[in-house]
Ligand binder design. Structure first.
Ligand SMILES: C[S@@+](CC[C@H](N)C(=O)[O-])C[C@H]1O[C@@H](n2cnc3c(N)ncnc32)[C@H](O)[C@@H]1O
Length: 201
């Protein structure tokens, strides 16, 4: 079926796609917890990092970082996802924003962009824009850290990315400083996730 005959609820580049899934509670990507390597990464940082979580969904990690005093913006373009995050976050100091990642501008310079199940939620036609945008949003020394769905799964979301495709997106502006297997993946990502940290040149 071509995009022209699909409804907005069938197009992952449209908020309606995600609103439908959050609205019906069909969220198989939702870990319901803070993944171990990210918790460890956060604990290793000497000072709080001004963090953006694009495509935050329920926002579990945002709540955890805010509890530790980090400035955090959790951003999602689906109003239903933002409602869900608001329920999870309660009175937490997270800056929760309903906006499109490709349009949003930070009020303060960012130190960290946290990636989990966002790139793999984007249709491949948006990947080059994602690579450009993370590079634009981070100053030299800024970090992109998180989980990447590295595999050859064509049909998505989640859309798999090959190692060489990820390198092509990021190596023009970043160097990879961590790369490890993931042992606490939920079933939808199991065996096909890498924990990686990239530093902006
Ligand atoms: C697969 S979910 C992952 C949610 C969360 N990161 C997690 O790990 O549970 C992808 C999320 O990205 C959001 N999203 C997709 N495209 C977006 C965009 N252009 N701007 C902001 N959010 C977007 C969707 O609304 C959805 O909540």
């Amino acid at each position: 079926m071509s995009d022209s005959v699909k409804t907005s609820e069938q197009l992952p580049e449209h908020p309606d796609f995600w609103c439908k899934r959050f609205g019906s509670g069909t969220t198989p990507w939702d870990a319901g917890k803070v993944p171990e390597q990210f918790a460890d990464f956060a604990a290793r940082q000497a000072t709080p990092l001004n963090t953006l979580i694009p495509g935050c969904g329920s926002g579990w990690e945002a709540a955890c970082l805010a509890e530790h005093g980090w400035p955090v913006t959790a951003l999602d373009f689906s109003p239903t996802a933002v409602d869900r995050a608001r329920d999870i976050l309660g009175n937490s100091a997270v800056h929760l924003v309903c906006a499109d990642f490709f349009q949003w501008q930070p009020e303060q310079p960012l130190d960290l962009i946290y990636e989990r199940a966002f790139l793999c939620a984007l249709p491949r036609k948006l990947w080059a824009d994602w690579g450009r945008r993370v590079a634009e949003l981070l100053p030299p020394g800024g970090l992109l850290a998180g989980y990447f769905f590295v595999c050859d799964q064509l049909k998505g979301p989640p859309f798999g990315i090959l190692p060489e495709q990820l390198d092509e997106l990021l190596t023009p502006h970043f160097e990879r400083i961590e790369d490890a297997a993931v042992h606490d993946s939920i079933p939808v990502f199991s065996g096909r996730e890498r924990w990686q940290v990239w530093r902006r040149r």
